[in-house]
Structure formats: structure tokens, C-alpha cells
Design a protein around this ligand. Structure first.
Ligand code: SF4
Ligand code: SF4
Ligand code: SF4
Length: 335
């Protein structure tokens, strides 16, 4: 027995279920899967299309003993969830992926080829419809910026054997994942979404005045259809039934899908994620309207790092600054 299926089988001897990927996605891409038997585990794969952050499922599985295959970036979400007590560390067996050479932007590939084009990917090569292509041109921007492809926590390690983590600083690394690049680029006068062709959305955004930024976001929010995919994909958005965006009392956001409601919704969401967002990019990847949500999150994450020297999930021993407080006196009586 060897490889990832063997590790999963070992974990299943003590745990109820293991979250990972099989090859069930369109065009041979990886799809999230839940393995519960040794037979199931034989389907497990890991390749550069394993883009999803499976940590999003952990709070929903509280009470079960769960194994999870997790890339280094996903492990940061697990650390943060443990720190917030949304996940019981003792009940989770982390199969960390070592040597992650980066994951590809499947949407970008299908934009350039066709939906469902056959993708065969490993940590150091990529072929589409049988032809080898330049893998670096299709990596997700977060992978080009990664610099930390080894998990911060793990109980088992699966060595993916990828190339060393890439460092940022080139044009491609500044682009936003997903369809948002093409749409928002067009809105602001930039060219299409291919690597090397698109002006950097982030650089553009940084250069905007406050009024221009405000106009930019109004355009983006006007596209929002209030589907809540960004919230559902986020491992740190686990309030679920009591989510402030849907509660009736207090009723913070209207039920419409206009730009004003979308702005209110994202303002609430971004503030609720202050010091908690691990930058996994799942919100933006999930958005069907291509809204570049990571621009919002990155700005805030940068501010938290500058003010508190804190990156969510980066250090299991760190105390999250915006979740750390002490109670002095009786807040009700004021004593
Ligand atoms: S951000 Fe880093 S750890 Fe995560 S998929 Fe990309 S290269 Fe791998
Ligand atoms: S807000 Fe987005 S980037 Fe941040 S943790 Fe949630 S899904 Fe990941
Ligand atoms: S995923 Fe996109 S369209 Fe859906 S609610 Fe979030 S921002 Fe709006």
C-alpha cells in the first residue's frame, strides 16, 4: 500500500470519514470527495486541480472524527478554526500536502479552451486536450504569491513532489483568479484575462483615488445576485443559521439584489472576517459574477498584519488579536 489512498486508509482505521478529492470533476479535474471505507479511499487523487479548501466542511462535521487532506493554505484555515473553537483539534486528523507546487485556475483554462476541456495535471506539468502547455501561465495568483507550500500543522504528510513554492512579483502574480479579471478589467479599460496580456487589476486598484475605488466597487456590487456563494465557500463564515445577512431581527440587510444591498452585505462580511480571513481565495473563486472579492480581503488582511503583526492561521500558538479580550468588572451593572 502506498501513496495517498494508503494514508487515507490508515486514518480511516480510527476516524469516521476523510475529506479529499477524487477525479470526478468535468474534464478529469478533481472534485471534493468524502471517503468512508478502504474501497472509497482507492479513488483518492491529488493534482493541481485540487483547488477547493475542504476546511469549509469541518465546522459542519463537528462531533465526528474527521480526516482531511489539506494543502498548506488550507491548513491555515484549520488552524484558525481550531483557535476559534469551531473545530476540535483532537477530532481532526490533518493529512498535510507537502511539496505543493501550486494549483491551476481551471476557469481560466476553460475560458481559453472550452468548458470541460480535458486537463491532465501534476505538480510540475499540465496538458490540455493532450497537448502540454505552460503550467505557470495557468497557476492561481495565490500560488504565484504563496512562498509557504509546507503545512503549518499536520498529523500525516502526503508528499506531492511539486516544485518549490513560487514567489510573487511578476505580472501574472498580480492578477485576480477567475472570470472577474476579464469583466472588471474591461470595466476599467484593461485588456483580456490571459497571463501577460492583462494589466494588473491589483496594481490598477492600488493606483485609484478613494472616489475611483468607490465607483469601481459600485460597478462590481451592481453585478451581485445575492446568491451567497461567497459566504458558503468561506471556511470562516460558519455562523450559518444566525448569519447576520439573513436574520430578521435585527434586519441589517434588505432582501433585494441591488448594489446598495450588496455593498452592505460585503461591508458586514469583510468586517466580520477582520483578523480571521486566511486569504484562501475561495469566496472569489465561488462568485459566479466574477466579483474580485479578494481585493477587499487583501486590503483588510494587509491592515491587520501592519497593525497587529498577525496573519490568520499562520501560527497555531498565536492569539488572534481581534478575538482576544479580558472581562473587567460587570458589564451589566457597570461596576
Ligand atoms: S497557495 Fe501555496 S499551498 Fe496553496 S495551493 Fe497554492 S502553492 Fe499550494
Ligand atoms: S473571506 Fe475569502 S479568502 Fe478569506 S477565508 Fe473566507 S473564503 Fe478565504
Ligand atoms: S458570490 Fe458573488 S454574486 Fe453571490 S452573493 Fe457573493 S458577491 Fe454576490
Amino acid at each position: 500500500m502506498s501513496g495517498l489512498p494508503a494514508i487515507i486508509k490508515k486514518v480511516l482505521e480510527e476516524y469516521d470519514t476523510v475529506l479529499g478529492w477524487d477525479a470526478g470533476g468535468a474534464g478529469g479535474t478533481a472534485a471534493p470527495a468524502r471517503f468512508q471505507t478502504a474501497e472509497d479511499a482507492e479513488r483518492a487523487v491529488f493534482d493541481a486541480t485540487c483547488v477547493h479548501n475542504l476546511a469549509v466542511h469541518l465546522p459542519r462535521l463537528k462531533g465526528k472524527r474527521v480526516g482531511i487532506v489539506a494543502k498548506a493554505c488550507d491548513c491555515r484555515s484549520i488552524v484558525q478554526l481550531v483557535q476559534e473553537r469551531a473545530v476540535d483539534r483532537a477530532a481532526v486528523r490533518v493529512i498535510g500536502v507537502g511539496g505543493c507546487g501550486g494549483t491551476v485556475d481551471v476557469r481560466k483554462i476553460w475560458q481559453q479552451f472550452s468548458y470541460g476541456a480535458e486537463i491532465v495535471s501534476s505538480m510540475d506539468s499540465l496538458s490540455i486536450n493532450g497537448a502540454v502547455v505552460d503550467r505557470a501561465g495557468f497557476l492561481r495568483h495565490k500560488c504565484l504569491d504563496c512562498g509557504e507550500s509546507e503545512p503549518v500543522i499536520s498529523d500525516e504528510i502526503y508528499e506531492a513532489g511539486g516544485m518549490p513554492a513560487l514567489s510573487g512579483g511578476n505580472e501574472a502574480s498580480l492578477m485576480t483568479d477567475g472570470a472577474g479579471v476579464a469583466e472588471s478589467g474591461a470595466a476599467s479599460g484593461a485588456a483580456g484575462s490571459g497571463a501577460g496580456e492583462t494589466r494588473s487589476l491589483r496594481a490598477e486598484f492600488q493606483a485609484m483615488s478613494p472616489a475611483e475605488r468607490s465607483g469601481f466597487w459600485r460597478q462590481q456590487y451592481a453585478k451581485c445576485i445575492r446568491c451567497y456563494a461567497c459566504r458558503e465557500a468561506c471556511p470562516m463564515c460558519f455562523c450559518r443559521d444566525v448569519c447576520i445577512m439573513q436574520t430578521m431581527e435585527p434586519h441589517w440587510t434588505g432582501g433585494g439584489a441591488g448594489a446598495r444591498e450588496a455593498e452592505m452585505m460585503q461591508l458586514i462580511r469583510v468586517n466580520h472576517l477582520a483578523g480571521r480571513c486566511t486569504g484562501c481565495g475561495e469566496c472569489e473563486r465561488a462568485c459566479p459574477m466574477g466579483i474580485p472579492l479578494m481585493l477587499l480581503m487583501e486590503e483588510q488582511n494587509r491592515a491587520v498584519e501592519e497593525l497587529f503583526g498577525y496573519r490568520a492561521g499562520a501560527d497555531p500558538e498565536a492569539r488572534p488579536p481581534l478575538l482576544t479580550f479580558s472581562i473587567k468588572g460587570d458589564s451589566w451593572s457597570g461596576e
